[in-house]
Design a protein around this ligand. Structure first.
Ligand SMILES: [Zn+2]
Length: 927
């Protein structure tokens, strides 16, 4: 037929159909399918039962690019991984050709890459997406809605279902799968996809950690592309993100830029469901929110989670897919996982673990190694009530298998959401409403941060972290009188009768772990006040809800300088602000002294460790610079007309190094992050530098952050492979060689390295070891007199907050600490043993180790640490070793402990050996 005629006919036909309103009733022509896709996918799927009818086909729609048309391969092709920018380019190409897809630029990563969110839905949904966002915002904060109005909003609204891939860089599959998912939802004409497209708006984070994705893909193409089996695995690169690995899923205070970018997006879009895609266990674990569960979260959530996971498991078993299960992996205790931002804000966190090969190579995998998987878990291949069709013990596994499982699962979850969109929306609304109501009915009704605390900077950190998550904080205009006491005007009030009142409680309350016999995936304690050494009061007096409080947007405390004529010096009070070290570095070219004892000036008391900055430092513009720095850093200072009569020492700036193995860079990363945040310059050194020798000529202080499990791991690190594994930047692999370079990351520093550390200490250097790195000096004889033991297998302490007692309160590392008993995060460091003759002098802090000293979270077997040293200061040769059994720089969390490390750095050459005091004991045996 003549083409013009065809077109005329077609338009008449279209007009008729539109007029008669029978579009949906018209039986559609079967959609053209991509035969090449079906063939390829069948070939790459290693057994027929590893695929489902939802994903064994893909439509071809002229003019709309499938992944292959942009990437040059179908998703799941062996040996192919996509860089972040390539994935984003695909979504943009797709969005350019269909009104059903839109790409939003939402901010940047730590390394400056663009973060995007992709929205997929019906044309109508995408066209009106701002309206749909507004509906969800109304449901997220229903204070302005009556029940009647909320029903009207729900009737008009659609749920947003957010899916995230690529948070953990070695878990490579989700980023690939999501491109196909987006294309399928945008193009496929089938009952299930039409249902999803019409009733749900799907949003996608293609790569949650773009920096790590690019580094990993570089690494894959450089080292892993030829791997044939899991036995010849080269492992992964030394870094994913700029600072951290898996902890991007434990960043409870959103320190990392990339994580904060997503949080900001979340709070503007309010997706009721957020779904993280991970890879680990076979073949697919779908999270059901098992115990221990955080009881503060809405009970509705605990019904929703198994509702979804059971639907997915049921359907996939029906499709004949083995190995889908729902229980005995991750629990609902810690709120610090990234996707928890959803549960924390009255939505729903969902999560899968599918089976990945840490790349895109097809290989034989031993699923059941016969070894216990830890935590008392059973083999992942056993048949259990929650795993009626278990995975196989051995399998040839491919990227496409992984893609099939994930995509089928996500499509089922979307089908369920699309079948019950109003239920999802009602639940979201009800959970938000319940959060407000529970704050009116159930104590505690508020938390108060009393005004007048010495250090406002740690309070600012705490308050701003709450604000970042949308929690409302108010400042009381006048004095507050409640059952718990009287609090001055200006005190900060966090009321519970707000949409995120439950989250406030979760973050501020003491964690009461429900059952000593349960185990948990991450920390059991995170109470922000304890972690910050800030006073936060729980208020059970309901009248607090009526207190008038001005909303606080953000706390930016301005420092103050009091006093009259500053003719001699400035005194800067050491109240335990972590900004003290930043101040010292901002004044790095000036003489700054530390007062060794407290002193008074006018009405103010300056505790030991306070800085004294003499004014007469020629040409250094001291007054203006001190003033500016004090103000910006929120510190408290006074101008003095005479130098105070108190012993002092100069705060010299050390040449500082931080030592890192190649195999465990994450905890080092947290220390790097804290040092960067507080403006402390340092060299990051590895085995390569240590083995060069002459460390003392280059450094005064070397900090060895918590890493690995003990001294042996620190010294020998990654086991050598058949060939060197280079982590270097090349023309082709630009993301490698960042944050350190090595021609071969294996082998560790070895005994030769230990000898260099020994020379460094003997020649007058200060070695500081944190957490499990503290096994290293005792185990390798650097501190001959100290022993390092381990707790028994019965002991179990996943990150509780416990009491420790400061024994040498005049020691410089405790400058700024006013209390003798302080909360510390337990780090599972060594049980240190100090000879009796040295105990009085060398043990600076010890664990109380009583039941009541466990302040938050779980410590089972607390007696094993009773009176054990927590920090030991050992003189060796002309230098010394500071052994922290604690980790004073744990993630971005225990701000109250940071100063123990920072003080050590600033006072490195003024630490004196203390006199023995015979009235103290500090080991396992009580006197
Ligand atoms: Zn993961």
């Amino acid at each position: 037929m003549h083409s013009l005629l065809v077109r005329v006919w077609l338009s008449i036909l279209t007009a008729l159909i539109l007029l008669s309103g029978v579009v949906s009733a018209q039986k559609p022509k079967p959609q053209e399918q991509d035969e090449d896709y079906a063939r390829s996918v069948k070939e790459w799927t290693t057994r027929p039962e590893f695929i489902s009818p939802l994903v064994d086909h893909l439509p071809r729609v002229p003019g709309i690019p499938s992944p292959k048309e942009v990437l040059d391969h179908h998703i799941g092709a062996p040996g192919r991984l996509t860089y972040h920018a390539e994935a984003v380019a695909y979504y943009r190409a797709l969005a350019a050709k269909t009104p059903r897809v839109k790409v939003y630029s939402i901010g940047t990563t730590d390394e400056g890459r663009e973060c995007v969110v992709v929205a997929v839905g019906s044309e109508e949904s995408i066209r009106n997406i701002d309206q749909y966002r507004a509906y969800l915002a109304q449901l997220a904060d229903p204070r302005k809605l009556s029940d009647e109005q909320s029903r009207e909003v729900i009737a008009k609204a659609k749920p947003i279902y957010h899916v995230m891939g690529g948070l953990h860089s070695a878990e490579t599959g989700p980023t690939e799968m999501l491109m196909e998912l987006a294309y399928r939802i945008a193009t496929e004409d089938s009952p299930v996809i039409n249902l999803i497209r019409d009733n749900v708006i799907v949003t996608i984070t293609p790569v949650a950690e773009p920096d790590g994705r690019d580094r990993y893909v570089d690494w894959y193409y450089r080292h892993k592309i030829d791997e044939k089996s899991e036995d010849d695995s080269m492992g992964g690169p030394p870094y994913w993100g700029k600072y951290i690995f898996h902890d991007n899923n434990r960043d409870i205070n959103y320190s990392q830029v990339t994580m904060r970018t997503l949080l900001d997006w979340y709070l503007q879009w309010h997706p009721p469901i957020m779904h993280e895609l991970h890879e680990s266990v076979p073949f697919m674990y779908t999270f059901s929110g098992q115990a221990p569960q955080n009881p503060t979260l809405d009970p509705i959530l605990y019904g929703e989670l198994p509702w979804f996971s059971n639907f997915e498991m049921t359907q996939m078993i029906k499709y004949g897919m083995p190995g889908v299960w729902t229980h005995a992996f991750v629990d609902m205790w810690s709120p610090g996982y990234l996707g928890f931002m959803s549960s924390n804000h009255n939505g729903m966190l969902r999560m899968y673990e599918t089976f990945g090969n840490a790349g895109a190579n097809t290989m034989k995998r031993k699923v059941d190694s016969g070894e216990a998987t830890g935590g008392g878990r059973v083999s992942p291949t056993s048949r259990e009530w929650y795993r009626p069709l278990p995975p196989y013990k051995e399998v040839i596994w491919s990227m496409r298998n992984n893609t099939n499982y994930m995509e089928t699962g996500v499509l089922l979850a979307l089908q369920l959401t699309a079948s019950f969109p109003k239920v999802i929306l009602e639940n979201f609304y009800r959970k938000s409403r319940n959060s407000i109501e529970s704050g009116k009915k159930e104590a505690p009704f508020a938390y108060i941060i009393p005004a007048g605390q010495r250090d406002i900077t740690r309070i600012a950190l705490l308050v701003n972290t709450l604000r970042m998550q949308g929690i409302e904080v108010g400042r009381a205009a006048s004095e507050i009188k409640v059952k718990e006491g009287t609090f001055p005007a200006g005190s900060l009030v966090i009321k519970r009768d707000q949409p995120y009142g439950r989250l406030a409680k979760i973050l501020l309350e003491k964690q009461d772990f429900p059952d000593q016999n349960l185990r948990t995936y991450d920390d059991t304690g995170w109470t922000m006040g304890l972690m910050s050494h800030a006073d936060v009061k729980e208020i059970t007096d309901k009248s607090i809800l009526d207190v008038v409080a001005q909303p606080v947007d953000r706390l930016d405390p301005k420092g103050t300088i009091t006093g009259g004529q500053t003719t001699a010096a400035y005194a800067v009070a050491h109240y335990g602000s972590n900004n003290m070290i930043a101040l010292r570095y901002r004044l790095r070219d000036l003489t700054v002294q530390a007062a060794e004892r407290s002193f008074k000036d006018g009405g103010s008391e300056f505790p030991a460790g306070s800085f004294i900055v003499p004014v007469d430092q020629r040409g250094k513009n001291v007054q203006a610079r001190v003033k500016a720095a004090i103000e910006q850093l929120g510190l408290t200072a006074a101008g003095l007309s005479t130098q105070p009569n108190v012993p002092t020492h100069d705060l010299d700036l050390p040449r500082l190094a931080v030592y890192s193995t190649w195999g465990n860079t994450q905890e080092v990363g947290w220390v790097r992050y804290a040092l960067d945040k507080f403006e402390v310059p340092f060299d990051l050194i590895f085995k390569e530098r240590v083995k060069q020798g002459d460390l003392r000529a280059a450094y005064d202080v070397i900090v060895v952050p918590n890493q690995g499990r003990g001294g042996k791991g620190l010294v020998y690190d990654i086991e050598p492979r058949s060939k060197p594994i280079a982590y270097t930047k090349t023309e082709r692999f630009k993301s490698l060689g960042m944050y350190g370079e090595s021609e071969d990351i294996t082998g560790g520093m070895g005994i030769a390295g230990v000898a260099e550390f020994e020379k460094f200490i003997n020649a007058g250097g200060l070695l500081v070891t944190l957490g499990s790195a503290t096994f290293f000096p005792p185990e390798f004889g650097l501190t001959r007199s100290i022993d390092a033991g381990r707790t028994s297998p019965r002991f179990y302490a996943p990150g509780p907050i416990i009491e420790a007692e400061i024994l040498q309160s005049t020691h410089p590392i405790f400058y700024g600490y006013a209390q003798k008993i302080v909360p510390v995060r337990y780090a599972n460091g060594p049980l240190l043993q100090v000879p009796e003759r040295d105990r009085g002098g060398q043990v600076l802090m010890r664990f109380s180790g009583t039941e009541r000293s466990v302040l938050s979270g779980l410590m089972k077997g607390v007696g094993e640490i009773r009176n054990r040293p927590a920090i030991v200061d050992v003189p060796v040769g002309r230098g010394r070793v500071l052994l922290f059994s604690t980790n004073p720089c744990y993630r971005w969390q225990n701000f109250g402990e940071f100063n123990m490390l920072f003080n050590a750095v600033l006072n490195f050459n003024d630490i004196k050996t203390m006199q023995k005091k015979s009235d103290q004991t500090a080991d396992g045996q009580e006197k």
